[in-house]
Design a protein around this ligand. Structure first.
Ligand code: ZN
Length: 279
């Protein structure tokens, strides 16, 4: 099996395990991992793993919604943050570490943020969609309880050139309904399927995913959270992405190898990864 974990975190809490996780991921048949940042700690973990395993761990950096709310938009804080990110990307490039995506970025209104916090989230999301257009990179997008605002912001600020290339980005850890999924696919986005898909109470989600075009699906762990069944109770890690693909294959009456291959091909194209897919 060749499979790609399209969304993994390497936070400081699990740092002693990271090298062993890469070993287990290779043994499980992974072709690679997208290491995703979002705040200082996650960016640091993702960057160090991408620097250490350049043929296997690929890098995504950005400001997620909590970072956006913490920094805020007053006194040029947003503009400074974006210019800091641009500088960080340039400096990494000069060291031979190339960014493959902007993210995770996006909106989360599930904990009832104030109106000004919502505005900060949207402003950071919009500015990073524009940065992704400038840098010709796809985005990895979080969206929770903000369906309409997510779609509106992408429609307005998402990259037209990347959309045309089929490389606009992915709604990662998809948990929403079919209307949202269809609208996202229509906008040109991919849909990332996490371990939530395997949960007992996820039958609605499984039903929705079954209606989506296979060429738009990715699989991901979003580790260290959301451990898929049957590994519940253990910390999640990239090797466990296999369980999500296996459950999808069962529901779609195909083989895990086929789901793994399709989603890997999709990820290689979306993130323009230098991976030999027949390893
Ligand atoms: Zn994440």
């Amino acid at each position: 099996m060749t499979i790609f974990d399209s969304h993994a975190h390497f936070p400081p809490e699990t740092v002693s395990e990271h090298d062993a996780q890469i070993e287990r991921a290779r043994n499980a048949g992974l072709a690679g991992i997208l290491a995703v940042g979002g705040n200082n700690e996650l960016d640091t973990g993702a960057t160090s793993m991408a620097s250490k395993f350049p043929d296997f761990v690929f890098l995504s950096l950005g400001y997620e919604r909590d970072a956006a709310m913490e920094i805020g938009t007053s006194d040029g804080a947003l503009e400074k943050s974006i210019s800091d990110l641009r500088e960080q990307i340039n400096s990494l490039r000069s060291q031979g570490v190339f960014l493959r995506a902007i993210g995770e970025i996006g909106l989360d209104f599930s904990r009832n943020p104030s109106e000004s916090d919502k505005e900060s989230q949207i402003a950071f999301f919009a500015a990073q969609l524009e940065l992704a257009d400038e840098l010709e990179l796809p985005c990895t997008i979080h969206s929770r309880d903000a369906d309409a605002e997510t779609l509106e912001t992408i429609e307005r600020y998402g990259s037209q050139q990347m959309r045309k290339k089929g490389r606009l980005g992915v709604i990662h850890c998809f948990t929403r309904d079919k209307n949202f999924a269809d609208a996202a696919v229509e906008l040109g986005l991919h849909i990332g399927i996490s371990g939530i898909y395997t949960f007992n109470n996820a039958s609605d989600l499984r039903g929705t995913v079954g209606t989506l075009p296979l060429e738009r699906l990715l699989v991901e762990t979003d580790c260290p959270y959301l451990t898929p069944a049957p590994m519940r109770g253990k910390p999640n890690e990239p090797a466990m992405v296999v369980h999500t693909a296996t459950r999808m294959a069962h529901d779609m009456q195909t083989t895990p190898e086929k789901i793994a291959k399709i989603t890997t091909d999709n990820a290689i194209k979306l993130f323009a990864l230098p991976i030999n897919r027949h390893v």
